[in-house]
Design a protein around this ligand. Structure first.
Ligand code: NAD
Ligand code: DAU
Length: 359
């Protein structure tokens, strides 16, 4: 039986991944560690909470003693590191926690894993590791920076992050790479485009717009709304990580994307139309500082070398996602009744409406 340590498993993608792994690999043991920040929600994991192969431990990835204790009392084969501060707007308001969690937290996990996985941890020249161990770092396409009207991100591109969030994720990628080069640690890095699907925190574009539409609130579109993102259903991201975990070549980086480039305004209008609301709710507001204009993932490497491909079309995925939010109003109500409203007020009340040409 393999034991996988999933970090940040109470967040959006992590909770979907925990459920994916328990279903696809019923012989694996999944240990989920999460410090439960505002973005962590154990309700998202209720359906697996009694699964005998699943354990939750409340822990901070920066807490070396706790991580050490978890490794000492469990025979961990793989780490899949989702734990992070993940929202670009918050990184503009408060960058520091992005650096400590996303960089130091990752390095802490790597260091403890190295100690437990190396055949001879006291020999700095030893590059032999226990059979089957691997550290998988869940990174993002934002580390590449922004694209112009053409071109796509490929794995060999230089990293040019623009926000404190993406700078922290790029730094973590460099540390993971260094542990592979210097210590011979078995690693993979995955860089994925924008995810959407069930259980996403309503600070991100799609759930925020769905929730605001349902509440007949303004829909704040940054700048001219023509920024492009490349959307991937979260279940396709989970299957891609599963694939890289099992088949990824040592030290390699894999881009993950679903070939679904859409301008933000297209998505907002689609949500408005699907929910039968009026486009008058759309408000063009002051742009995000340092806003990346376009992301697009070239997924040739993972599709041709590892045989992964996305199962969802965007049309099916967005329809199911909107339905999910309509059928899970309690889940979203619990979130928006807490600290979320304080965040929402401070984030959006200071953003001015701007006049935008809409042709
Ligand atoms: P999320 O914000 O929904 O979840 C993050 C989780 O990490 C939360 O449960 C939170 O409690 C936990 N966490 C935060 N700090 C922690 C700490 N110090 N110790 C332990 N747990 C901690 O994020 P998400 O959208 O699910 O993203 C997960 C990962 O995927 C992140 O690493 C992110 O950079 C990456 N990613 C996200 C997307 C996307 O579109 N959401 C795309 C590509 C990559
Ligand atoms: O590309 C992968 C990244 O996607 C992940 O690494 C990040 O963790 C994830 O948060 C996401 O980053 P983005 O900044 O692209 O996602 P967000 O949902 O915040 O915004 C998507 C686009 O929508 C972006 O161009 C900004 C715009 N936007 C967002 C919000 C919240 C608006 O116009 N209005 C809004 O209110």
């Amino acid at each position: 039986m393999k034991t996988i340590l999933v970090t940040g498993g109470a967040g959006f993608i992590g909770s979907n991944f925990v459920k994916h792994m328990l279903e696809k690999h019923p012989d694996y043991k999944i240990i989920n560690i999460d410090v439960l920040t505002y973005a962590g929600n154990l309700v998202s994991l209720e359906e697996v909470s009694n699964n005998p192969n699943y354990t939750f431990i409340k822990a901070d990835i920066r807490d070396r003693e706790k991580i050490e204790e978890i490794f000492s009392s469990n025979n961990i084969d793989n780490v899949v590191n989702f734990a992070a501060e993940s929202h670009v707007d918050r990184s503009i308001e408060e960058p520091e926690v992005f650096l400590t969690t996303n960089i130091i937290g990752t390095q802490t996990l790597l260091d403890v894993a190295k100690k437990h996985w190396k055949i001879n941890p006291n020999d700095k020249y030893c590059k032999e590791y226990k059979e089957g161990v691997k550290f998988l770092q869940v990174s993002t396409d934002e580390v590449y920076g922004a694209l112009g009207k053409t071109g796509m991100f490929v794995e060999t591109m230089p990293l040019m992050p623009n926000s404190p969030y993406s700078a922290s994720k790029a730094s973590a990628d460099m540390v993971v790479r260094a542990y592979n080069e210097t210590f011979g640690m078995p690693v993979n890095i995955t860089r994925c485009s924008n995810n959407y699907g069930p259980y996403q925190f309503p600070e991100k574009l799609i759930p925020l717009m769905i929730n605001n539409c349902l509440m007949e609130k303004d829909l704040p579109v940054y700048g001219d709304g023509m920024q492009v993102r490349d959307w991937l259903h979260v279940s396709d991201h989970c299957s891609a990580i599963d694939t890289v975990l099992h088949k990824g070549l040592d030290g390699d980086v894999y881009n993950i994307g679903g070939n679904n480039e859409k301008a933000n305004i297209e998505i907002v209008k689609l949500i408005v139309e699907t929910l039968g609301k009026s486009e008058d709710l759309i408000k063009y507001v002051k742009d995000r500082p340092g806003h990346d204009r376009r992301y697009a993932i070239d997924n040739t490497k993972i599709t041709t070398q590892l045989g992964w491909s996305p199962a969802y079309t965007f049309e099916q995925g967005i329809r199911e996602t909107i339905e999910w939010y309509l059928n899970n109003t309690e889940w979203i109500k619990n979130i928006v009744s807490g600290d979320y409203m304080k965040y929402y007020e401070s984030m959006y009340s200071s953003i001015e409406d701007v006049a935008v040409s809409k042709e």
